[in-house]
Design a protein around this ligand. Structure first.
Ligand code: PMP
Ligand code: GLN
Length: 382
């Protein structure tokens, strides 16, 4: 039997490959993006409480009302914006799912979607699975800013959507208010829908503020904004996220969501709702900025080159051109096997596999993990 290949990527994602290799070689895993420190004890206690109190059956399709309300309050207090919990917020099993569902809600075969690369690896398969065509536009190194002329030139009558990500995985770049204004200029006379992947919204450093698409009224009216609790509360394995979109977009989103998964894990939603409402949000950026600084300081004693410290996210990209001539995928595998440190090569984030000899480190790790990892990396210099 021949089954259809719904998108053009035949292999396994680089995150699975590198985490599996790390396990096989007992390497320190700075590859896939997840923390190695525990979640807040209150949050673990709240999941147990939810189960004990009988919150064990299907949640409402859009998500537990108390969680949607806690999110609306949180957006009001952090960004000063009003979000309608009933018509604009949908709880999802993670942001990856929310991105796929948003694409599926709007795309028809033959539509084009502009993807700013390097890009998170699910975007293009999601676009292609819907019969649409990804149109990559490369960000400009070393700060990975958007070249707006390139974006303008990529727009055709078939362009249905543009997906962006800030703070950015893998480069740690952060959009400024001026980027949003440029985006508004570029899409103003079109029907282009924006997917704004803001999963790292709270991981932003050096006193900067995340500017969300929700704060830009003109763009907000044509956007799906996608979020993940996993990045904020260090619980990536819970796979809970949410989508905020105008009421008509949310209706289209839920039209699919109700038949894709119907509803999301109830005890986890209960726990997140209470944790948020209790003000349980740690200023996660402070802890991660310290980790970024520690990691950069340690890495400066190795042969890796840092072109730009991460402004946001929990990833740092580094060049290894002084260490090896290998391609980045081979280099990452070699490093895992020979030096016991797993990273993510950057070329898989480009559809043309552009190899600039860069690897991505995840620094959301205990200080001792970072120190041991860099101790191993420092041996690379001889
Ligand atoms: N977008 C980006 C840019 C990410 O790095 C991730 C990380 N997993 C996601 C979306 C997906 O988040 P989730 O784990 O909630 O599916
Ligand atoms: N977002 C995380 C990363 O970029 C994990 C992604 C995944 O495993 N699919 O590493």
């Amino acid at each position: 039997m021949i089954l259809p290949q719904k998108h053009s990527f035949t292999g396994t994602t680089i995150f699975t490959i590198m985490s599996a290799l790390a396990q096989e070689y007992n390497a320190i895993n700075l590859s896939q993006g997840f923390p190695d420190f525990p979640i807040d004890e209150e949050l673990s206690a709240l999941v147990a409480e939810a189960a004990a109190k009988g919150f064990n059956q299907y949640a409402p399709m859009a998500g537990l009302p108390m969680l949607r309300e806690a999110i609306a309050n949180d957006f009001k207090s952090r960004y000063g914006i009003d979000v309608d919990k009933d018509t604009e917020i949908t709880i999802t099993p993670g942001a990856t799912y929310a991105i796929y569902t948003a694409f599926s809600a709007i795309l028809q075969p033959g539509d084009e979607v502009i993807v700013l690369e390097p890009a998170y690896d699910s975007y293009i398969p999601n676009i292609e699975t819907n019969g649409a065509i990804a149109v990559p536009v490369q960000l400009t190194a070393p700060d990975f800013h958007v070249d707006w002329d390139k974006v303008k030139n990529a727009i055709t009558p078939k362009t249905k959507a543009l997906i962006l990500n800030t703070p950015h995985n893998p480069t740690g770049a952060v959009w400024q208010k001026s980027d949003w204004d440029k985006l508004a200029d570029v899409v103003r006379d079109t029907d282009i829908v924006i997917l704004s992947d803001e999963v790292y919204e709270q991981l932003i450093f050096d006193g900067q503020q995340h500017y969300t698409v929700m704060q830009h009224p003109e763009l907000r009216a044509r956007s799906f904004a996608l979020y993940s609790f996993g990045k904020v509360f260090h619980n990536t394995g819970w796979k809970i996220g949410f989508c905020i979109a105008p009421a008509d977009f949310t209706t289209a989103f839920r039209r699919l969501h109700q038949y894709l998964c119907f509803s999301v894990n109830t005890p986890a939603q209960y726990a997140l709702a209470h944790h948020l409402a209790n003000g349980g949000r740690q200023p996660v950026y402070k802890m991660l900025q310290q980790k970024r600084d520690l990691f950069l300081d340690l890495l400066s004693q190795t042969g890796f080159s840092i072109y730009k410290p991460a402004s946001g996210s929990y990833f740092q990209v580094a060049g290894y051109e002084r260490i090896s001539d290998l391609g980045d995928v081979e280099f990452a595998q070699w490093l895992t096997k020979e030096y016991g440190v797993a990273t993510i090569p950057v070329s898989p984030f480009y559809s043309n596999k552009k190899d600039d000899k860069l690897v991505r480190f995840c620094f959301a790790k205990k200080d001792e993990t970072l120190r041991t990892a860099v101790e191993r990396l420092s041996k690379l210099n001889g």
